[in-house]
Ligand binder design. Structure first.
Ligand SMILES: [Zn+2]
Length: 331
């Protein structure tokens, strides 16, 4: 056994593959997507009309973001079936196709932002170019989040339209025409501004701090908050899991400093939660505020901030995942 030449199943360029001995899966090495493993049943989804294109685009974005986050020591991403158990085990980061498909941007604004970070990552520097082949755009499809069957006429049409939108919005500029179908583009200043803004929020930590009331009645809520955070790719940190016996200790402040964002649940109106949320805000961290319906009576100065007021733990989970993805982003 060894590495064989292949086409990257995600982005379509020349790559290498080898079998994984311990499971029905293949490991890929791609210059664009990096190193990753696909379970065989996931690979078979790539050629399906649904969800093939969406899966390719979302996975491309995930792998690129993961790859660029170079300061973290990372296990190899292993993409497994829709309902597989996620998390880090040994040298692998298990990621379900459900998680990957959820990354697909639904609004045109999110799509534009994600396309811009894709392009910026590929061209690397100001003035760098991306070449789009209008005769056969397959290699560009995942970059532009094309979500229709790659072999159809509509895929090419969608690519043209997205490039039009980016050009008309003053984000993309045509630099040269290379032959009949190939056109080179570069990003305009406005696009780099957007990319820089997005990247400045991506700090090199995957930790999220949970500030909440540690009462027995909150046991399920705590599990759901933890699950929502880990389902978005972050590592949840709860202070009561470390054995502290005093109120605000330097270790707590240190853990907040290290965190990418903080979830503060105000159910029970605990002073510590206000303190920790305020501390994180002062450090310019994203603070996501939640509270159980019926308990919602926060101090006046937090009322103006959009709380997630939840009725049950399922709702808390669903809304928290959406909020993390839309405000903080995913790892
Ligand atoms: Zn690739």
């Amino acid at each position: 056994m060894g590495k064989n030449k292949c086409k990257c199943p995600v982005c379509g360029i020349e790559a290498f593959e080898e079998s994984v001995i311990t499971r029905f899966a293949k490991r890929y090495y791609c210059n664009r997507c990096g190193e990753f493993i696909l379970d065989d049943d996931v690979s078979s989804l790539f050629s399906d009309t649904e969800p093939g294109p969406k899966l390719k685009a979302s996975l491309f974005w995930y792998l690129r973001t993961n790859e660029n986050n170079a300061l973290r020591v990372k296990p190899t991403p292993l993409i497994c079936s829709y309902n597989c158990k996620e998390g880090i085990e040994g040298n692998y980061q298990f990621i379900s196709t459900k998680y990957i498909l959820n990354l697909f941007p639904n609004s045109i604004n999110d799509q534009i932002n994600m396309i811009l970070t894709n392009i910026a990552g590929l061209i690397g520097f100001i003035g760098g170019e991306i070449i789009v082949d209008f005769g056969d755009g397959k290699e560009c499809f995942p970059i532009f989040f094309i979500d229709v069957n790659y072999d159809s006429f509509n895929a090419q049409k969608q690519l043209n339209e997205k490039i039009n939108i980016l050009s008309e919005s003053g984000l993309l500029k045509q630099t040269s025409i290379l032959g009949d179908n190939q056109v080179a583009y570069t990003l305009k200043t406005k696009a780099w501004d957007i990319v820089q803004e997005i990247q400045s929020k991506m700090i090199y930590t995957s930790q999220a701090f949970i500030a909440m009331w540690f009462d027995d009645s909150m046991h399920n809520a705590r599990d759901k908050i933890r699950q929502a955070i880990s389902d978005c790719g972050y590592l949840p940190v709860l202070i009561d899991e470390k054995e502290y016996n005093s109120f605000i200790v330097p270790e707590i402040l240190y853990e907040i400093q290290k965190s990418r964002f903080l979830v503060a649940d105000f159910t029970g109106d605990r002073g510590g939660v206000y303190f920790e949320a305020g501390y994180a805000k002062g450090l310019n961290k994203d603070v996501i505020m939640t509270c159980k319906d019926g308990y919602f009576n926060p101090h006046f100065d937090t009322k103006q901030i959009n709380h997630i007021v939840w009725k049950n733990e399922e709702e808390l989970y669903e809304r928290l995942v959406k909020r993390i993805r839309s405000t903080v982003g995913i790892v």
